[in-house]
Each structure stands twice: as structure tokens, then as C-alpha cells.
Ligand binder design. Structure first.
Ligand SMILES: [Zn+2]
Length: 126
């Protein structure tokens, strides 16, 4: 039986367990807990692989590209060095912020659709 996708996605994007929404999904920056510390839902089955960096770069590059174009057309006259420092810092901050968000969302999506090892898991009480 399929689990509700949208509530799981919201919890996953926030870095919380897709089942209960209270336990933290990550034990460090991108290291996923084997089980939820609150409801004990297994999370180690995930196969996020390269999808979180792919979606992170997809969003970050479009945002940075648009910011560069807007700066060239409407922004203050910045030197090449100022532009390089500004947009490099924006890229780093954006990528480091978005990566755990997308990883949490993808793991929650896999959990909700019972993909990979999540297919045989019983329901854990919330
Ligand atoms: Zn949980």
C-alpha cells in the first residue's frame, strides 16, 4: 500500500523522518540515520545516489545564471573580481543549503512509494 507522498515530502525536505516528522533524518550533514530515532522507521534502504546533487545543481545553476543576467542588465557596475567573489559565494551557499534538502526529499519520496528496500517494510506507528 502506497504511503501519502506530500506529507512525506514535506517532512523529508525539512530533514525529518518521512513517517513521524519528529525524528531527524540525518545524523550529520548528509549522513542518514539507519533508523528514525523517534519511531524507529528504517531509513537505511534509501538509494538517493546522484539525484540530490543533480537537482541541487539544476536549481542552483538556474538561480545563479538568472542572477548573473539580472546583474549584467540592471545591477550596479561591479568589477570582474567583485562579480566572481559574489557569485562564487552565492553558488557555494546555495549548493550547501539545497543538497540536504533535496536528499531528504528524495529519501522521503522513495519511502512513500516503497521503492528499493522500503517495499517490504511494515507500517511503523507514528
Ligand atoms: Zn520517525
Amino acid at each position: 500500500m502506497q504511503r501519502p507522498v506530500w506529507p512525506a515530502l514535506k517532512r523529508g525536505f525539512a530533514g525529518n523522518c518521512p513517517n513521524c516528522g519528529k525524528g531527524r533524518m540525518f545524523k550529520s550533514y548528509l549522513k542518514v540515520n539507519d533508523n528514525c530515532p523517534v519511531c524507529d522507521t528504517p531509513l537505511h534502504h534509501h538509494r538517493a545516489d546522484d539525484a540530490p546533487p543533480y537537482f541541487t545543481l539544476l536549481v542552483a545553476c538556474h538561480v545563479i545564471g538568472a542572477a548573473i543576467l539580472l546583474d549584467l542588465d540592471f545591477g550596479p557596475a561591479l568589477s570582474m573580481l567583485e562579480q566572481t567573489l559574489l557569485f562564487s559565494a552565492l553558488a557555494i551557499v546555495l549548493c550547501l543549503t539545497l543538497l540536504p534538502v533535496f536528499k531528504g526529499g528524495l529519501i522521503a519520496y522513495q519511502w512513500a512509494l516503497r521503492m528499493h528496500g522500503f517495499e517490504d517494510e511494515p507500517e511503523y506507528p507514528v
